[in-house]
Design a binder for this molecule. Structure first.
Ligand code: SF4
Length: 361
């Protein structure tokens, strides 16, 4: 699994504190630095999934996207690649750009729709309106993309959720991710102390999404993700399954699938100059046994299939497993338990934080 972080955006959205900036002038330096990073890390191996996220990867030219792909191909075996996702914002999805992505071999688009209500989009300071988003997805479908995910943000003040769900469902996309608005530390709304809706209303919105998508035959395979049969995100499932992954670019994280996690410096200019000078451009940590256990609980309970209790016993011993199972038994309505698995029920997903906390050590 390879993730490449593209740290450029046309404008900073009001709720965002991802590592991204409007300094597209750094693009060529960034592209070279990513290639140098790959060389410095002397990576090799097989890649099943490739994900270009951001930031806004669709701000790059198709030629740049192809360049990044070639960097990967020159160092890794991509003969078994099953999924290549590129995150796109609606305003970038011209026919020419989309045709370029198709020709390059991109198999999946993740589109930052967020809402189809123009008031809500203005509040979020997105650069598209609802009609732009609908047209962009339709254009991609007409050109031949048959694996499209739409991102939705709920919890923004307004009444646009029904309109957003209606519109996205009418398009017939294969995958939907819905995240609640968060007051992230560095975002404009946090700095200006502008709040979204209260927790109770946000929960009602989430419930509406869960019920609506269930009625439309979407599989709720992860707390914030829904897919039609056969369209779960292979790449993101890898994160939730605790697989190893490599991340390149500013702020990108990597994990060895066991105990070592590292993350690149989250400032594009510093990342470029440190990589250029071969200075230490990342930090790392070794996960303790309890970190790994808690991670297994948190990631596992987020998934519809839940936690593999046999694997839990193999990794952490029967005592830990038994203690965990005992801690889950009191949540009868919210958790399903058998000898092999522990998963949240349909009601359990609404109180997931409480249940996870109870399972942690
Ligand atoms: S939400 Fe996406 S498009 Fe908006 S600033 Fe953040 S990364 Fe860029």
């Amino acid at each position: 699994m390879i993730y490449i972080h593209v740290p450029f955006c046309r404008h900073k959205c009001s709720y965002c504190d991802f590592v991204s900036g409007t300094n597209i002038g750094l693009k060529d330096r960034y592209l070279s630095a990513v290639e140098t990073e790959m060389d410095l890390r002397m990576c090799a191996g097989e890649v099943e999934t490739l994900y270009f996220g951001g930031g806004t990867p669709s701000m790059l030219d198709v030629a740049d996207i192809v360049k990044l792909r070639k960097m990967v191909e020159a160092r890794f075996d991509v003969s078994g690649l099953v999924e290549w996702t590129v995150e796109c914002n609606p305003e970038d999805m011209s026919e020419e750009f989309l045709c370029g992505l198709l020709a390059a071999g991109v198999t999946r688009l993740s589109v930052g729709v967020q809402s189809l209500d123009d008031e809500e989009l203005r509040w979020m300071e997105r650069r598209h309106n609802g009609e732009d988003a609908l047209k962009a997805v339709l254009r991609a479908q007409n050109l031949g993309f048959d694996n499209i995910s739409c991102d939705v943000i709920f919890g923004v003040p307004g009444n646009g959720l029904d309109k957003t769900l209606d519109g996205i469902l009418a398009l017939g996309v294969q995958h939907i991710s819905a995240y609640s608005l968060m007051m992230e530390e560095g975002s404009k709304i946090t700095k200006k102390k502008i709040n979204g809706v209260c927790e109770e209303v946000s929960n009602q919105m989430y419930r509406k999404i869960v019920e609506r998508l269930r009625n439309e035959n979407f599989i709720h395979y992860e707390i914030s993700n829904w897919a039609l049969d056969g369209f779960v995100s292979r790449h993101n499932s890898g994160y939730w399954n605790g697989n190893a992954y490599l991340g390149f670019g500013p702020a990108a994280h990597s994990f060895d699938g066991s105990t070592e996690r590292r993350w690149n410096i989250g400032n594009t200019l510093k990342y470029c100059s440190m990589v250029e000078k071969n200075e230490l451009f990342w930090e790392s940590e070794t996960l303790s046994e309890s970190d790994r256990f808690n991670e297994m609980v948190m990631l596992g309970l987020r998934k519809r299939e839940g936690i593999d209790l046999i694997m839990m016993e193999e990794l952490f011993g029967s005592e830990r497993r038994d203690k965990f199972v005992r801690s889950m038994k009191k949540f009868e309505r919210f958790v399903t338990l058998d000898n092999r698995r522990c998963a949240l029920t349909e009601d359990g997903v609404f109180v997931s934080d409480m249940i996870m906390t109870e399972g942690f050590i």
